[in-house]
Design a binder for this molecule. Structure first.
Ligand code: MN
Length: 432
């Protein structure tokens, strides 16, 4: 088999060449403006260069809804090809050095080979995602009526064993965390005993936690509704937090931005979980109505900024146990997934950089003086600062593309993949 086509460092350098002067000019102007506020742009560039968010393996395939999926050309057909796409995203934007695998979709015979293939392209593996929300071919017992909270102990045992297997696979890949999201819930009032279902879930999770290696964490992902539409066992951050408390120091609460009731103050949830040392990290996406899994920063960039504002606040005061894991969790239905993931990573960097330029002392002074407008205007000043030149310089210095989407399109990567990867049935892409 010939070596798969990829986007080379030389190609990116050639694409950058005609853009470098203008980028530097814009950056220098921003640098001067920030210096007048006492902010060192060079420090910001270094921080942005160190920012990393994981790409989930399923994200590089076209997503879909429960109505249809419209696959695009050249989609990855297995996890090795997914790693190749993740490597291209990293080369272009230099913001996604890790991959979050999904079991069983990414099961292979040789995990050492998978780990080495990723490492050869500068990538490492992040949290492993288990799947007890669908049945697999040959699976003995069905998850139709639940998994870790199922009424039948033998189904729970099977679901626990799957999570333990995920931990074992994750160890081989170099992961340090397991993310557990269950679809368990009910569609009818009375269908499920709400108390017993949660008790069964906690009992199952205790066994999974007991199987975690010493240096591992487990991330509990809550979700308000879907696929269950009447009740969901782990429905909200309160339930997630209470369960994490019962499960002990290895259990943390993961925030998927789309998994909340409409209009919930997500940044406040972030602050609460940091306060109680239970913030696992994030699944980043955006939403308009529900769990839309739209691209990060595409609908409510101010909300994303406010989330990062809380993260920077926690980081600055060295909040105990603060070590959030970042992953993008989106469903790309109408775009090339590589383009969406590149741009989303940049939008996360943007929110991060904007939150970094908030004058914390001025904000605190305004808060302490109950000067509501001054406090708000400090946040707005940071949010309305165009940090694009700073992000471009961070990418350029890291070897990435100044204009990543344009470089990607000019590379013909997708067309090359369409020839290299003839369509086969059953490729896994999903929404978690
Ligand atoms: Mn998620």
């Amino acid at each position: 088999m010939s070596t798969p086509f990829t986007i080379s460092a030389d190609f990116i350098a050639d694409h950058n060449a005609p853009l470098e002067n203008a980028t530097t000019e814009d950056y220098d102007a921003l640098k001067r403006a920030l210096a007048r506020q006492g902010i060192d742009a060079e420090v910001l560039v270094e921080k942005v260069m160190a920012f990393g968010v994981a790409i989930p393996t399923w994200g590089v395939g076209t997503g879909g809804t429960r109505f249809a999926r419209f696959p695009g050309p050249g989609e990855p057909r297995n996890v090795f090809e997914k790693v190749d796409d993740c490597a291209v995203i990293q080369r272009l934007a230099r913001a996604t050095p890790t991959i979050s695998p999904h079991i069983p979709w990414d099961k292979v015979d040789d995990y050492t080979a998978l780990r080495e293939q990723a490492a050869a392209q500068g990538l490492a593996f992040d949290a492993v995602n288990s799947n007890t929300f669908q049945d697999q071919p040959g699976q003995e017992l069905s998850y139709k009526f639940g998994s870790l909270s199922h009424t039948d102990a033998s189904v729970r045992t099977q679901a626990i064993a799957h999570n333990v297997e995920c931990i074992e696979i994750g160890r081989k890949l170099g992961s340090k965390a397991l993310t557990v999201w269950i679809a368990d819930g009910s569609n009818f009032a009375g269908q499920s005993n709400l108390t017993k279902a949660l008790d069964r879930y906690i009992g199952s999770m205790r066994e999974i936690v007991a199987a975690l290696p010493t240096d591992w964490r487990v991330f509990l992902e809550h979700k308000l509704y879907e696929p269950a539409f009447y009740s969901t066992v782990i429905s909200d951050w309160g339930t997630s937090f209470a369960v994490a408390q019962e499960l002990g120091p290895k259990a943390y609460c993961l925030i998927d931005l789309g998994h909340h009731a409409p209009n919930v103050n997500i940044e406040q949830i972030v602050a609460r979980l940091v306060r109680f040392k239970k913030l696992a990290g994030f699944h980043f996406n955006d939403s308009k109505y529900g769990d839309d899994d739209l691209d990060s920063g595409s609908v409510e960039p101010f909300r994303l900024f406010l989330v990062f504002n809380e993260l920077i606040d926690a980081d600055r005061r060295k909040a105990e146990g603060f070590a959030p894991a970042y992953m993008i969790d989106q469903s790309h239905n109408v775009t090339d997934p590589i383009e969406s993931l590149v741009q989303s990573a940049i939008e996360l960097q943007r929110a991060y950089a904007q939150a970094l330029i908030v004058d914390r002392a001025a904000l605190e002074a305004a808060q302490e003086a109950n000067d509501a407008l001054a406090a708000h205007l400090e946040l707005k000043r940071a949010f309305t600062t165009d940090v694009s030149p700073l992000l471009a310089v961070a990418r350029m210095r890291a070897g990435g593309a100044i204009a990543p989407i344009a470089a990607y399109r000019a590379s013909s990567y997708r067309a090359r993949k369409a020839r290299e990867r003839p369509i086969v049935g059953g490729t896994s892409a999903g929404i978690v």
